[in-house]
Each structure stands twice: as structure tokens, then as C-alpha cells.
Design a protein around this ligand. Sequence first.
Ligand code: SF4
Length: 322
Amino acid sequence: MTKSLLRVVNLKKHFPVERGMLSRLSGWVKAVDGVSFSIDAGETLGLVGESGCGKTTLGRTILRLLEPTAGEIFFEETKLNELSPEELRQFRARMQVIFQDPYSSLNPRMTAGSIVGEPLAVHRRAETKGKREEMVGELFEKVGLARHHKNRYPHEFSGGMRQRIGIARALALKPKFIVCDEPVSALDVSIQAQIINLLQELQEELSLAYLFISHDLRVVAHMSNRIAVMYLGRLVEVAVKEELFQNPFHPYTKILLEAIPEPGVIKKQKTGLPGEIQSSLNSPSGCSFHPRCPLAKEICSREEEPQLQEKEKNHFVACHLR
Ligand code: SF4
């Protein structure tokens, strides 16, 4: 049996909500609420769901940029929860992130070369300044930027070029796993394809594994081997991409798929979902999707939250009626 590169077990991230002059605890926002999955080396797991469903919080909790409330994270079978701060720092080098917004994720006071070279300096990956500059130049070329770009500041680049700088920075420490958090959603459509192609080329060349987060199922489908669908802090369906598209089980997945516009249709179609995504502060009883589910029955609101179960080989779904 091959071992997974990353394994997440029953991961939770809850945020306290305080009210009043005395900041009394009035509840918890369960942004991530019992999520389990694994990713193999070189694989892309797409993570899709509406804004506010907990995708970004999940990515940041896996990287320990946020402390988990509960659950376990294994990277190359090492349990990250039990590492000392120094050990965790070493592991973090192998787990990187590409942020959504290339406009705000780069320090405007640093040159592009300093931004990409910073992790090399912090982790002492080059013996001399000259060696570090050589490594930065190689990283620039790897992501399709010219070496002389390293003396420019972020505001002198287009959005797509800034995202390339963010990718070069993420690659600097030779990671095995990258959380791509909506990496193209702030870019023009024509530039999106270039960045997606670059990420795919880098994955092939460097055997990278991605957790590819997006609200856009078309983009996720283009990038992913498997797809996980998230709703209110929980995974509701996980399957190989082709299986998910041809044979979706969960009503929420079906609605997301039906909302994908046909090629050439410019007007954005409605998702067909009544109402907005609920707050995870006051999740409904039973299945948290039941207030919006077109197939909901009485059992859906009074039973326990349905658990993610393997209904067909490698096809997992959380629904009482499947
Ligand atoms: Fe819909 Fe019920 Fe299934 Fe939830 S459990 S997705 S409400 S059918």
C-alpha cells in the first residue's frame, strides 16, 4: 500500500465568538468541522465550495498557519501536531502556499528578487549572497520571468506576473506540497489559463502535490485528479474527477455541476440554490444542507449530520438518502 504524502484526520478549526462589553463567549464558528482526506505525492486534490464554506481556513490549518482546534495532520507519516517549533519550521519548508491575491500578498517595499530570496535567506539555503542571487535568477526563469525583473517592485508588474513571483517564492525551498488558494480568481480569464498551465508544468517537472482551492468548479476540474466538495465546514462528496462529473451523488454537487455555464455562454447562470450559505455559527440540526436541499426529507433535519461514507469504490458522500 502506498503511503499518502499528506493525511488529515478529523480536522477541526473553531473560532470563538465573543459578545458584549465583557467579551463573553457566545458561541463558536465551526469553520472546519471534522474533515478527513489524503493526498498522494504528485496528485492534485481540488477543493470546491461556495465562499464562506471553510476552504481557505482548511488550507491554512493544514499548513499550521492556524492552530487546529482538534484532529491530526500527518505529512510523510510524521504527525505535525507533535512537532517542536523548530521541527515544524523545517516541515513548513516542504509545505507552501500560493495566495489568491497577487496584489496584496507581496510586500510593496521589497523588490521581486528580495521577495523570492527571503525564504532562501531565512532557511540558510545559500552559502553566499551571490549563490542566493543565482538561485533567485533560476527561480525567475522557472516561472517565466526574466532575471532582470528581480530589481523591480511589485507595483511594476501585471497581475499575472505578480502571481508568478508568488509561485517562485513558494518554490524557493523545494516543497513537495503546495496549497493553491484561489490562485487565479483575481486574474483576467486570458491570464488564468497561463497560470494554470504553469502550475501543471511545474507539477510534472517537480512532482508537486497540490490542494487546489477554488469556488470555480471548471478551474478545479481542469487541475485536479480528485475533487472534494465542501459545505459549511464539512466535506460532502469526494471522488475521482471523471466519476464526480459523470455520477455525482450529493444534491449540492449536482447543483454546482448544473450551474457550470456552457462554453460560449457569457452570462453567469444561477446555481439553482435557494438562499445563501448558512452561518456555521448556528448550523441547522441534522444535515446542514437540508434548508437548501431540493431532495430533503423529514429524516434530514432530525437525524444526526450524515457522515462521509464510501458508497462506491473511492467515491465518498455524506447524505442520508444515498
Ligand atoms: Fe439533502 Fe437530506 Fe442528503 Fe442532506 S441528507 S443532502 S438534506 S437529501
